[in-house]
Design a protein around this ligand. Structure first.
Ligand code: CTP
Length: 407
């Protein structure tokens, strides 16, 4: 699975179940389309399909053992988890879904899902009662909130004699979902897209300001809204640089991600990414950092609690709004407020010198760290009130507005 796969590379985890045979057809479709496939066959998957069939169809080595000395010597399991553009689980059994949702890592497949930094697409297949069980539905909700993509399951007669949702989606349908997830910005630019040829810079997540080598100051930002915006901009054809604080989200397809910890590193990464046509500053940047970071771990037996002196961090949004010839044409800030939302956000627009502020009331239940957002779009001359919607849908609408503004 090397350079001869310009359309992308997939790490295909084949779970157990009668539907596992469809993974062979899926592998054939992917290879025919020029997509690289590197299979991981679980122990229960191997009860239904053979490693030999998968190896022949994928034209690659099949991995199955977390503790294989030869595999580890050739490619460690961490490296394996990152060796593709997309991780696909088909069939995704109730067991694999539960392990992934809970961060278990007792075998190669679950370790890979925990260690990967690539997008994950799951095609579930299981008995209808298992699918409908609250535990499975809880696990699905967790994985969806983590950004995992799903295709299927279908509804219909099942091998176990029951009827309902739980059948693995058909291979051509999974194939289409994989191609959509793999579609990079280059492919989208060739196709056009309203933001083709534009560069978008997005910040997301919290920052982490160290106190000593093991402690630091951070906040509860999940990064979800910023990641959703980066993904939506990429879907409209933009080249996207996402400068991200520490979060546990997969990189949206087609987005270039730069990981940082502190506000100062975030600013430096943003400046290095310029020029950009649009800057969307969603990160919850710590306003303060510790003046002098302790070089060794603070001990509590050293005469009482330490005195920490804070200094102000650079304001990334304000700095880039004022960056002269390198200023992005459109600069957008976010404002999380708890009261007088519009007045505070309008003051912030003037203070930071940006073009739009997307303001939200974080006291609304389910907004901070949740899936939904209710925002105001504030520009110099008007205020728009958007109805409460999923963060993905807010991201999509904002990306459309950015495209209109830059056209
Ligand atoms: N921001 C930034 N750099 C900072 C602080 C904030 O880029 N050091 C950006 C955020 O990404 C967001 C906007 O500024 O787009 C507003 O963030 P917010 O924390 O609401 O603003 P503050 O300047 O911290 O104002 P206050 O805490 O007084 O409400």
């Amino acid at each position: 699975m090397t350079d001869s796969t310009p359309l992308g590379r997939v790490l295909l985890i084949v779970g157990g179940g009668i539907a596992a045979y469809k993974a062979l057809e899926l592998t054939r479709l992917l290879r025919k389309a020029g997509v690289g496939v590197r299979p991981i066959l679980t122990k229960s998957g191997a009860e239904f399909v053979t490693a030999l069939s998968l190896a022949a169809l994928s034209e690659d080595k099949v991995y199955s053992d977390l503790f294989s000395l030869t595999d580890e010597a050739e490619m460690g399991h961490i490296e394996l988890s990152r060796s593709a553009d997309l991780v696909v689980v088909a069939p995704a059994t109730a067991d694999l879904i539960a392990k992934a949702a809970n961060g278990l890592a007792g075998d190669l497949a679950s370790t890979t899902l925990l260690a990967t930094d690539k997008p994950v697409l799951m095609a579930p297949a299981m008995n209808v009662r298992m699918w409908l069980h609250p535990a499975t539905q809880r696990n699905l909700a967790t994985l969806k909130a983590d950004g995992v993509l799903f295709v299927g399951p279908d509804e219909g007669a099942m091998a176990c004699g029951e009827f309902g949702p739980g059948r693995l989606a058909e291979p051509p349908v999974i194939f289409e979902a994989i191609m959509a997830a793999l579609e990079g910005p280059a492919a989208r630019s060739q196709k056009g897209g309203p933001l083709a040829g534009k560069h978008a810079l997005v910040t997301a997540g919290p920052t982490f300001e160290p106190i000593d080598p093991v402690r630091g100051i951070t906040n509860r930002s999940s990064g979800r809204q910023g990641y959703a915006i980066a993904g939506a901009l990429a879907r409209l054809g933009a080249r996207v640089t996402l400068v991200s604080g520490p979060v546990s989200l997969p990189t949206p397809p087609g987005v270039d991600r730069v990981d940082v910890e502190t506000a100062r590193d975030m600013l430096a990464a943003c400046q290095a990414a310029l020029p950009a046509d649009v800057g969307v500053f969603v990160a919850a940047v710590a306003d303060w950092r510790i003046d002098e970071v302790f070089g060794v771990k603070l001990k509590k037996d050293k005469g009482g609690p330490p005195a920490l002196t804070f200094v102000e961090n650079p304001d990334i949004l304000a700095t880039l709004s004022a960056s002269g010839p390198k200023r992005p044409k459109l600069v957008i800030g976010f404002a999380a407020e708890t009261n007088d939302v519009e007045a505070h956000a309008r003051a912030k627009l003037a203070r930071k010198g940006c073009d739009w502020i997307i303001a939200n009331d974080v006291t609304e239940p389910g907004v901070m760290g949740g899936d939904e957002n209710a925002v105001l779009l504030i520009s110099k001359d008007k205020t728009e009130r958007w109805t409460r919607a999923a963060k993905d849908s807010v991201a999509h609408d904002l990306a459309q507005r950015i495209a209109e503004s830059l056209s």
